[in-house]
Design a protein around this ligand. Structure first.
Ligand code: UT7
Length: 329
């Protein structure tokens, strides 16, 4: 039998209705539409409003849509990998919460924390269970309610992030479609430049941590930018070169949406022209684990069987990675 690859066979997505645009941000912090647009490429982002709504609630919308499209029930899912930096709770895993909410009664699952590279790490991890022959239906979810950890008095971070969630189903394929290669990397020495300091075992929640605003996302933007520009582009090129893929062969480059300037730099380094790059940053900002699956969801109707996709991401940790895949439907 020919080799089993893990192919994406369906995608789903969800973004909340509330639109937080640059003009509303101008009323909240000392910023302006022109600065945000030229420095980041972001015009608006979505915010999950409403009491009692968490990351898993966005995932329920996205996954139910995926299941309907694929024509399967939640009970058929073997495994859920939930890539998120804003889990519903520190424990239990949001994958468990999601399984309960959608009725995935035969699935087990776990959360994967790799910040903005989560979906790349999640697809890579999920693919192993398919390639080994152990499972036939692995659901990889990438989503974040970033508004739950953003300080809307900090202009350096609040202009960047938004809420959203996407997902992909992995199934076996023996015709040469699916995930053909991936590279995942981490460098923990970058942890000081992008993090949420408090709430873990290092700095448990206290009045002091709340007063010092240490439960919010912190980013030293310039440093992260420098590493992101280099590493996201380099890892995309690395996966292309080792598979003898040139820019002409790439149907779509799917970069993590952190900053339009980082996307443009990755495009320039890989040589993939602008019209073949998926971009949703202008409308959604940086949805962390959500950016790549939301791109796949929105571009799904344009994708054709056999298309060559290069996915690439960089995030807190530092983490970064890239995937080469052939679209399977
Ligand atoms: O997804 C995970 C990975 N994350 C990333 O890849 C994000 C990487 N970093 C970035 O995208 C950029 O660094 C930012 C968009 C966060 C910031 O852009 P920058 O060009 O690096 O700006 P900066 O932080 O160096 O700030 C430049 C100036 C500063 O003023 P001075 O010191 O030059 O007078 C800032 O105080 O812009 C000021 N500034 C702002 N001005 C208006 C910072 N934030 C704002 C703002 N509005 N929102």
């Amino acid at each position: 039998m020919s080799k089993i690859h893990a192919a994406i066979t369906a995608v789903g997505g969800y973004v909340p209705d509330y639109v937080l645009d640059n003009h509303e941000l101008e009323t909240m912090v000392d910023t302006n539409d022109e600065w945000i647009t030229t420095r980041t490429g972001i015009k608006e982002r979505r915010i999950l409003k409403g009491e009692g709504l968490a990351t898993s609630d966005m995932a329920v919308h996205a996954v139910n849509q995926l299941l309907t499209k694929r024509g399967i029930s939640a009970a058929e899912i073997d495994l859920i990998i939930f890539c998120t930096t804003t889990p519903d709770m520190p424990f239990p895993a949001t994958a468990n919460v999601l399984a309960d909410k959608i009725g995935a009664i035969n699935s087990w699952g776990y959360d994967l924390q790799a910040a903005c590279s989560g979906f790349i790490f999640g697809l890579t991890t999920g693919a192993q269970f398919i390639e080994s022959g152990k499972y036939t239906k692995v659901l990889v979810v990438g989503g974040d309610k970033m508004s739950s950890i953003i300080n809307y008095e900090d202009r350096a971070t609040c202009i960047i992030f938004g809420d959203g969630c996407g997902c992909a189903l992995l199934e076996p394929n023996t015709d040469g479609y699916g995930i053909l290669d991936s590279i995942c990397k981490t460098d923990g020495s970058g942890r000081e430049f992008l993090n949420q300091q408090a709430g873990g075992s290092l700095l448990p929640a206290s009045h002091e941590t709340v007063d010092a605003k240490k439960h919010f996302a912190f980013q030293e933007g310039k440093t992260v930018f420098k590493f992101a520009v280099t590493n996201m582009a380099e890892v995309a090129v690395e996966v292309m070169e080792r598979n003898n893929i040139t820019a002409d062969d790439v149907t779509w480059l799917v970069p993590h949406q952190a900053n339009k300037r980082i996307i443009d730099a990755t495009a320039a380094r890989t040589g993939v022209p602008d019209e073949r790059i998926m971009k949703n940053i202008e409308r959604y900002g940086n949805t962390t684990n959500g950016t790549i699956p939301l791109c796949l969801w929105e571009w799904e109707s344009k994708l054709k069987k056999g298309d060559t996709l290069i996915l690439a991401a960089f995030g807190g940790g530092f983490t970064w990675g890239s995937i080469y895949l052939k679209w399977a439907y």
